[in-house]
Design a protein around this ligand. Structure first.
Ligand code: DP6
Length: 352
């Protein structure tokens, strides 16, 4: 087998789903029960930067995240880093990988670091292994580390086509709209909690698929709503878009609630924010913002840049939201390679 000595640094951002992925049809390959759609966030606000070296001189795969070395014997870590083995095989080499990764946001804030982390790793490995794979192929590799990560492989508005084949070859991400198509759309993230998730999404969605009596209808409702979201976005119809986004978040959280045992990620602050956004929309005579929540209590408010100040000051006035902090994110353009930057100390082959 050929030996190799490749280096690269890449950055990628999380995404926020407008149509949620919650449930797998294949746990090994990470194939979803329904298609989903998201907006890639801007690296100015949220990003993971990952440097990799792929070399035959390295003895074993090693991964540092925010200064902490991951335990490669942990089966969950191995599953999340599956991309390393997949890409090594594609490269036709036996090179081992050293990866050093860092987030520009605290992972404790529950802001989808697994999506940006996996996307940055896959993007950097593509260059370090000299593979030159296209975003669609990279999305299929990222998907196998963490499902939602496949949607961070492109910028703007991205859908993850669920596919129907058993080998996953038709389950990948597609860019629906570039970040420039309707660039005024932002995600105003209202952080009210830094607590760790009570139940990881992987275990939670498995529980939902296995026990939830309402799950079968989700498969059809999500596909239909995804088509409606695409159309609302195409027409730049904020009223319709916000209404669909809120409906899909509520449907996913209702499914979680009706899972046995029940899964609840929303807390009293989340509910206060939902009330406030609905009241605001009613007073405007149409929706100017839509809330959406992933597997955690922090609200993502999808709106236009021009409404940001109005919404943040309205939320700041709500009683009982003392810990409220905001992060505002425009749409991002997807992963990119960084030249002349490395998080790795090349002489010691360890974090710089
Ligand atoms: C609620 O992609 O983290 O954020 O595939 O098991 O790694 P795994 O799950 P993950 O789940 C994300 C769930 C969600 C909804 C979404 O982003 O679509």
């Amino acid at each position: 087998m050929a030996s190799i000595e490749g280096r690269a640094t890449a950055e990628a951002s999380p995404n926020i789903a407008f149509i949620k992925y919650w449930g797998k049809r294949d746990e090994k390959l990470i194939l979803p029960q329904n298609s989903s759609l998201s907006m890639t966030l801007s690296s100015t606000t949220l990003k993971t930067t990952t440097s990799v070296v792929a070399s035959n001189k390295i003895n074993e795969d090693t991964f540092y995240i925010n200064g902490k070395k991951l335990e490669m014997s942990d089966p969950e870590v191995r599953e999340r880093l599956k991309a390393i083995g997949i890409m090594r095989e594609l490269s036709g080499t036996t090179a081992r990988v050293l990866a050093v990764s860092s987030n520009n946001f605290p992972s404790s804030s529950g802001l989808a670091s697994s999506a940006s982390g996996t996307a940055a790793l896959v993007y950097a490995l593509n260059a370090a292994f000299g593979l030159d794979l296209k975003p669609k192929e990279l999305s299929m590799i990222a998907r196998q580390g963490s499902g939602s990560a496949c949607r961070s492989m492109m910028g703007g508005i991205v859908s993850w086509r669920k596919g129907s084949r058993n080998d996953g070859s038709d389950s990948y991400a597609v860019q629906e709209f570039s970040e420039k198509y309707w660039g005024e759309v932002i995600d105003l993230i209202a952080i009210t909690s830094h607590e760790k998730k009570k139940i990881p999404s992987r275990a939670g969605m498995k529980q939902t698929v296995e026990t939830n009596p309402f799950f079968t209808q989700r498969k059809t409702s999500a596909e239909k709503r995804l088509r409606e979201v695409r159309e609302a976005y195409r027409q730049k119809d904020l009223d319709a878009l916000a209404s669909l986004i809120m409906a899909d978040s509520n449907e996913m959280h209702a499914l979680m609630l009706s899972t046995v045992p029940s899964i609840r990620y929303l807390d009293s602050s989340s509910l206060k924010i939902m009330d406030a956004i609905e009241e605001l929309n009613a007073s405007e005579g149409g929706n100017i913002a839509g809330y959406t929540f992933d597997a955690g209590p922090n609200a993502h408010i999808i709106t236009l840049k021009k409404y940001e100040r109005k919404i943040s000051s309205m939320l700041a006035d709500i009683k009982g939201l003392e810990a409220l902090e905001f992060k505002s994110s425009a749409q991002g353009s997807g992963p990119k390679l960084l030249t002349g930057v490395s998080l790795i100390n090349e002489e010691r082959l360890a974090p710089a």
